[in-house]
Design a protein around this ligand. Sequence first.
Ligand code: LCV
Length: 255
Amino acid sequence: MLKVSLDDLVGTIALDRYDKRNALSEDLVGRMLRTLDSFADGGIRVVILRAVGTHPIWSAGHDIDELPIAGADPLPYRDPMEVLLRRVRTYPGAVIAMVQGSVWGGACDLVFNCDLVVADESAAFAVTPAKLGVPYSVSGIQYFLSRLPLHIVNELMMTADPISAERALTHGIINRLVPAQDIESITAELAAVIRSRSAESIRAYKEQARLIVEAVPLTAQQAQYIHQLRLDVYSGRDYAEGVLAFEEKRPPDFG
Ligand code: LCV
């Protein structure tokens, strides 16, 4: 499911579940979390997150087979994916996503939560809750809005269609768009530069940036309202239909 390697305080985690298009199952995410914990304990300065090999799909996102039934929150606070996103945000070093192929749903959130993104022309990004009838997580929406212009977030969230690597570069989702044959060396060079810089400075910077981005005050009433908005969606018709349609390998009928 995962291939893990280490070289001079740079750690690499590679997704290796291509039979299921690297869908982020609880088991796979659990392994990633344990690896990140051991990297943090070992003082690993830079983590590269990638997929094994060169395939058309980087990751198909949340494992849809493991989404809860209608009426239960598909993205609760303790969902392994949500835990992983928080772990990436709080990892005490840089996390670089190296992306070849398309990235779907929760995997986009994962890539967007990495500190830097290096990609080749085959990369594409689709944010898919509107295809599944999922009410997206508040933290996910907050992070998208903090990174991207509103109209781009609207397009991603409302169409659920992939945007190309070139557009992702224009909108700052990608730091470096590079030829496929150079992606590993360019990612390694970037990791080596960051690894040579002050780990203490980077750790403090990353934590400060996270706290500043997350400092959006909501009243108790607004928080309750958001909870109700999401509850209405995951208890409604569309979420049940979206998951069923995926299992039945057909387009959803949202009426
Ligand atoms: C489980 C899968 C998956 C998968 N889970 O290959 O952000 S949210 O709110 O949307 C959040 C809840 C979330 O992240 O949801 C997941 C969002 N992801 C998607 O909507 C993408 C769903 N997958 C696809 O559209 C296609 O599989 C792509 C385009 C990624 C790849 O198409 P391709 O023709 O290459 P298959 O569809 O044939 O899939 C190969 C195997 O992987 C499983 C799929 O069920 C199939 O399994 P079987 O061979 O056992 O039939 N698979 C793919 N994605 N997210 N399983």
